[in-house]
Design a protein. Structure first.
Length: 267
């Protein structure tokens, strides 16, 4: 029988035809906690992945619930752009007591041979990718939950499409904080200048992307959503032999959000 588990941060694993061995777990300097990439939870990982004993899907749903606490809005329904932010949208809807309703569906028939038959489709490239479920939101105030807005140019045509299809209001809620800083740990984040959070447009982002309002999850809200069940589990465990961390010593890298890097940068 095979046993799968995650590789610990700093762990060196040797895989041979005979077995899998841990050669070493490189300690953090001065006993600092490990700095696991927080954006794995937000964006990169598959929702069924398990990190630090918790399912990514559950963390994303908690981010949505936290976003509802931080940024509620008077609206009629909650939805998302299919489908990476669905867990967060469900969490937001549940916490707000609003129905979760699909407003867009992915077009399964878009291939390289797709021919744009008219000007409207050429202008709204996004219409190739999504079908509009207009009966579900016509005349209604819609909250769209997104997992991240990095450059700001993907969400704009979607908002335009929803408005043209009858949405009364379109409010954007982002289930992660704005990315402001480059990642030097191996993730290819766009340059500082490309990031919408560093551009002048960010000061009036709602107007820039055509939304009625835009609010991002706070850094504290993200960290608490990620760490809540880790803390609860640590406190419930009588023995911490399996946890190489003491209670209160949970580490996540938030450098792309805060500019605080887990190691000193050497240039």
């Amino acid at each position: 029988s095979r046993y799968y588990r995650e590789v610990l941060p700093g762990e060196i694993v040797k895989i041979s035809r005979y077995d899998v061995q841990t050669l070493d777990v490189v300690p953090r300097p001065e006993g600092d906690p490990s700095a696991f990439c927080i954006f794995e939870y937000v964006y990169f990982a598959r929702p069924d992945s398990i990190f630090e004993g918790q399912m990514v899907y559950s963390v994303r749903r908690r981010c949505g619930q936290q976003l509802a606490i931080e940024a509620p809005v008077e609206a009629d329904l909650v939805s998302t752009v299919p489908e990476s932010a669905t867990p967060a949208a469900l969490g937001y809807a549940q916490k707000c007591g609003l129905p979760y309703v699909e407003v867009l569906c992915k077009n399964r028939y878009v291939g390289r041979t797709f021919i744009q038959p008219n000007m409207r489709l050429r202008q709204l490239g996004v219409a190739k990718k999504f079908g509009v479920l207009s009966d579900n939101f016509k005349g209604k105030r819609v909250v769209i939950i997104d997992d991240s807005i990095v450059r700001g140019n993907t969400i704009s045509p979607i908002i335009k499409l929803l408005r043209e299809s009858g949405a009364k209001e379109v409010h954007i809620r982002v289930a992660s904080p704005p990315i402001r800083f480059p990642c030097y740990m191996g993730i290819n984040i766009p340059t500082k200048e490309e990031l919408i959070a560093n551009r002048p447009e960010f000061h009036d982002l709602a107007n820039y992307i055509g939304a009625d309002s835009v609010v991002y999850l706070s850094v504290e809200g993200l960290v608490s959503s990620v760490q809540e069940s880790i803390r609860a589990r640590q406190e419930n465990e009588n023995s911490l032999k399996t946890q190489k961390l003491r209670v209160g010593k949970i580490g996540h890298c938030t450098a792309c959000l805060t500019g605080e890097y887990p190691v000193e940068l050497e240039w």
